[in-house]
Design a protein around this ligand. Structure first.
Ligand code: F3S
Length: 415
């Protein structure tokens, strides 16, 4: 790879051992993918922030970096940690686990990490602009930032994100390059009795179908109204990233690189055209549901982390009803939204209804051995996709109204 004098100096150790190691890892990554050079990047979102995911070896690695005096060269936001930082005891997190999570959090903060602890840094964080070269990890955030904002990141994994933050560089490859961002397959939405564009749960279903169809290609979706909201796109992108590891998709007339069909495909023809109608939507809903009915013990919303508007909507749907005693209803969000909720009557209303607002974390990164959940209901396709394997529970995917009804009654019925 062709390196600048400064980058060569980094490898040679002129900026310290941590920078040398990070640059050496990134150049190896670049060589594997045929990158000709490095590019300066202006910010990083670090995914390796949950102790449960990166484990003991990961904690040791991050602490060693921090102990060696490594500092982030660019703003680096942080994905969820493995505990609600203030109320972890309430959620039965063991003390030794919480202590290790705290050590990991502190190591990142010592290096200059920004304590966002959220998987939706595009809502309230250090938000890049169109075309900006960045390094983001966390699958839903990668898809959102590439597709909705039009900033450019490849699909980075754990530890490559830290190396990028320490060096301020990334290999010039993958979605950093214009020619690799062209749409490749077309998904056309047909008239369907199941589509109500005001209904949020339709967007994750479409994203889920797009992800499953993508098979490593970049989908272009035709037919989504241009008044789609950021929250709806959040659900769509997260679902596509779950079912098919999609890092970029285009929505015709909505996303920045897809103002027109020609723009989306960069003048080429799609490799495949797929239609989405009743059959595909029903199948996606079925694929995300493993139980038709039964007693519910957990309801989860806020995957990815809920925005203020989504929490407000939840309070409207609740309309003062209380959650059944046997049910835990958890809303995942970040601390910014929580502060806003505290300043309104919304937090009080949620507490009155028996709903717990969790911050800083994602329950997939918790040890849940102290709970015995059997059946959960969620309005997130991503959560429904991973819950059976990660939490070993049955799952029902439904809209927010279904989540609330299940929480209030303590059961779901076949519909
Ligand atoms: Fe975020 Fe966890 Fe969902 S990291 S996207 S809440 S699986």
């Amino acid at each position: 790879m062709k390196l600048t004098d400064e980058e060569q100096g980094m490898i040679e150790g002129k900026h310290g051992k941590a920078v040398a190691m990070a640059m050496s890892i990134l150049t190896k990554l670049g060589q594997i993918y045929g990158a000709a050079e490095m590019i300066p990047i202006s910010q990083v979102h670090i995914d390796s922030s949950a102790y449960k995911t990166i484990g003991e070896a990961g904690l040791e690695f991050v602490e060693k970096l921090a102990d060696s005096g490594a500092r982030f060269r660019v703003p680096a936001t942080l994905n969820p940690t493995s505990r609600d930082i203030k109320r972890w005891q309430e959620f039965r997190i063991p003390a030794d686990f919480a202590e290790k999570s705290q050590r990991l959090e502190q190591a990142y903060l010592r290096m200059g990490g920004i304590p966002t602890w959220t998987c939706a840094p595009y809502l309230y964080g250090v938000i890049p602009h169109f075309g900006q070269q960045i390094v983001w990890a966390e699958s839903n955030a990668i898809t959102f930032v590439n597709s909705v904002i039009g900033a450019r990141t490849a699909r980075y994994g754990d530890f490559a994100d830290i190396c990028a933050a320490i060096t301020g560089r990334a290999p010039k490859f993958s979605l950093h390059l214009t020619q690799n961002r062209a749409g490749e397959i077309l998904l056309k939405l047909q008239d369907s009795s199941l589509i109500n564009w005001g209904e949020d749960s339709i967007y994750p279903l479409i994203g889920y179908i797009a992800g499953a169809a993508a098979q490593g290609r970049i989908p272009v979706i035709d037919g989504i109204p241009n008044n789609v909201t950021s929250d709806q796109l959040k659900g769509l992108c997260a679902a596509a990233a779950s079912s098919g590891a999609v890092a970029l998709l285009h929505i015709l007339g909505v996303t920045p690189e897809a103002a027109t069909y020609q723009d989306a495909f960069q003048g080429k023809e799609p490799l495949q055209i797929i239609t989405i109608g009743d059959e595909e939507l029903l199948k996606a809903r079925q694929d995300l549901t493993t139980a038709a009915e039964g007693k519910v013990d957990l309801v989860v919303t806020g995957c990815p982390h809920a925005s203020f508007s989504e929490v407000e909507h939840l309070v409207q749907v609740l309309a003062g009803r209380r959650v059944c005693r046997e049910v835990e209803f958890w809303v995942q969000t970040n601390r910014t939204v929580y502060h806003w909720l505290e300043q309104t009557d919304l937090l009080g209303l949620l507490n009155f209804s028996g709903i717990k607002v969790i911050t800083d974390t994602c329950i997939f990164s918790w040890p849940l051995d102290n709970w015995d959940f059997q059946l959960l209901v969620t309005n997130s396709a991503k959560f429904a996709h991973y819950a059976p394997s990660m939490l070993r529970t049955q799952v029902v995917f439904g809209n927010l109204e279904k989540c609330v009804a299940a929480a209030v009654k303590g059961e779901v019925r076949r519909t």
